[in-house]
Design a protein around this ligand. Structure first.
Ligand SMILES: Cc1cc2nc3c(=O)[nH]c(=O)nc-3n(C[C@H](O)[C@H](O)[C@H](O)COP(=O)(O)OP(=O)(O)OC[C@H]3O[C@@H](n4cnc5c(N)ncnc54)[C@H](O)[C@@H]3O)c2cc1C
Length: 484
């Protein structure tokens, strides 16, 4: 008996918190899950991955409807989008998934769910709106929200964040998106495809600034062709409410101010950890806007209080939150010390074409001073890609000087799914030779994985040295056609 109400208490019922709760309860820990909203599921289910990917697919279907002639089909007159219908479909997908993340399901697993806004009274006790609850271990998994930088006038101007995007009763005629990260790029394309005039404002000279410039530019070019306007190398000077419209003034590369007007402004300038109001200061847990200060085992300064998910300020993805949740379960419940290792953490931006990545890209390798060889294959040389009218994109495979893969990036159709083979390869220590020798079904997009590994291998097999050896031992007589 510990003397505490619970073995483990978790603040936040999103991807990280639910992973910890399900794991801990199924291992027999008396588990408390505290959520401040009315439903479990977190940002991913309600305002992030699920609604955004549903919207993206709807926009893709609409885009295909308008582009029938490109596939030899008759052109059809496509009616404008009724966003209420789109929003209904989004909500119905959320409702379906919500059952999996419901209070009933977690109660069935043995988790006590409490709704409300908690704050720490001491290192083991929270005050949940007057109710004191104690636990031996705590996990802070309260996620993140859109960061709102101090842009002059923005506070007095109506703007949207990811929380507002999926419930319009009318498609916005125009939208200015502040920022050009993954959320901005995905939403820019989706809304543009649905019929919104979209402008994207970005401080640096490329979108998706964590990616290599060539792949990020590949995404940008497609979006530009579809009608998204980009303003790169610009600073946001101010925002203003003009009544039916909003104005954002930017400073162009040349230094001149340029006013842009639109019906809506979407702020997508990064994320801020949800840590205020928990009284972390009161119990001496340090944090900043990015997140908690944690050790490699995801522990705060108090070894029984952990952080998982977006509050870690590392990789803000659902699969990262799930992974971190599993690290916490291992450390807090199993007492098997485990450190978080992000070396092979994959991610994907779900624009069309998608941009997926694992390990180091060229930018990161250069920054880390790692020497590498680069192997590239293009989707325009993949038969399935051509059959589907997808010609944009490439796969990049980075090998270290010993021939070990250190990173793969895929820009192309269903890149996120194609990356899974590399996820297995990296985690299983599989060599390019094994991948190149494995028979892949034809015609599939996945053949591009085999091809890039095979191209690297070909450079070894078909070398002059090997040819010379074979000629010497087996008396091969060389070319039968063309110059000798
Ligand atoms: C538009 C958008 C698209 C995205 N698309 C993807 C994608 O395609 N793939 C991907 O991997 N990731 C995506 N993400 C990121 C993903 O949603 C997050 O990384 C993930 O939700 C993080 O999980 P979490 O558990 O840390 O936080 P959350 O899922 O946000 O859960 C945190 C929970 O804590 C609750 N909470 C907050 N404060 C308190 C408090 N004081 N007390 C109690 N509870 C509290 C919240 O209500 C919430 O339920 C997207 C994000 C956005 C915004």
């Amino acid at each position: 008996m510990t003397g505490y109400d619970y073995d483990i208490g978790i603040l936040g019922g999103g991807s990280a918190g639910l992973t910890v709760a399900a794991g801990a309860a199924q291992l027999g820990a008396r588990t408390l899950l505290v959520e401040k909203e009315e439903a479990l599921g977190g940002d991913c289910l309600h305002y992030g991955c699920v609604p955004s990917k549903t919207l993206i697919h709807t926009a893709h279907v609409y885009h295909l409807m308008k582009n029938g002639p490109k596939f030899g089909l008759p052109s059809v007159e496509v009616k404008p989008v009724d966003f209420r219908e789109v929003a209904q479909r989004i909500q119905s997908v959320i409702r379906t998934i919500q059952k999996h993340d419901s209070e009933e399901r977690f109660c069935g697993l043995g988790v006590k769910v409490e709704l409300g806004a908690p704050l720490f009274r001491d290192e083991h006790t929270i005050d949940l709106e007057g109710k004191f609850l104690s636990a031996k271990n705590w996990v802070i998994a309260t996620g993140s929200s859109a960061a709102i930088p101090p842009i002059p006038g923005l506070e007095q101007t109506p703007y949207l964040t990811n929380r507002d995007l999926y419930s319009f009763d009318r498609l916005p005629a125009s939208m200015i998106i502040l920022g050009a990260g993954p959320i901005a790029a995905e939403m820019a394309q989706a809304f543009c495809r649905l019929g919104t005039r979209v402008s994207v404002i970005q401080r640096s000279g490329q979108i998706l600034s964590n990616e290599d410039k060539d792949t990020a530019d590949g995404v940008m070019q497609v979006l530009e062709t579809e009608g998204v306007q980009f303003h790169l190398n610009t600073a946001i000077l101010s925002a203003k409410d003009l009544g039916t419209k909003r104005e954002v003034v930017i400073q162009t590369k040349g230094g001149e101010p340029l006013p842009l007007k639109a019906e809506t402004i979407l702020v997508a300038l990064g994320r801020e950890a949800n840590l205020k109001g928990l009284n972390l200061e009161g119990i001496g847990i340090p944090y900043d806007a990015k997140g908690l200060t944690l050790d490699a085992r995801l522990r705060t300064v108090h070894k029984h209080i952990y952080g998982a998910g977006d509050v870690t300020g590392t990789f803000q993805f659902t699969h990262a939150a799930g992974y971190e949740g599993s690290i916490v379960v291992s450390n807090a419940i199993f007492h098997l010390p485990r450190k978080a290792d992000y070396t092979y953490l994959p991610w994907c931006t779900y624009t069309h074409p998608e941009l997926a990545s694992i390990g180091m890209n060229e930018k990161q390798a250069k920054a880390a001073g790692v020497e590498y060889d680069l192997w590239v294959e293009e989707f325009k040389d993949n038969d399935r890609s051509l059959a589907e009218g997808e010609q944009v994109g490439r796969i990049k495979m980075l090998l270290d000087k010993k021939g070990k893969p250190i990173g793969v990036q895929i820009l192309g159709p269903r890149a996120g799914d194609l990356l899974s083979e590399w996820v297995a390869a990296f985690n299983g220590g599989i060599k390019p030779m094994t991948l190149a020798a494995a028979v892949h079904p034809y015609p599939t997009l996945g053949e591009i994985n085999k091809k890039v590994a095979g191209t690297y291998l070909s450079s070894k097999i078909f070398s002059d040295r090997v040819k010379k050896g074979l000629r010497f031992f087996f008396h091969l007589r060389g070319r039968a056609c063309g110059p000798a």
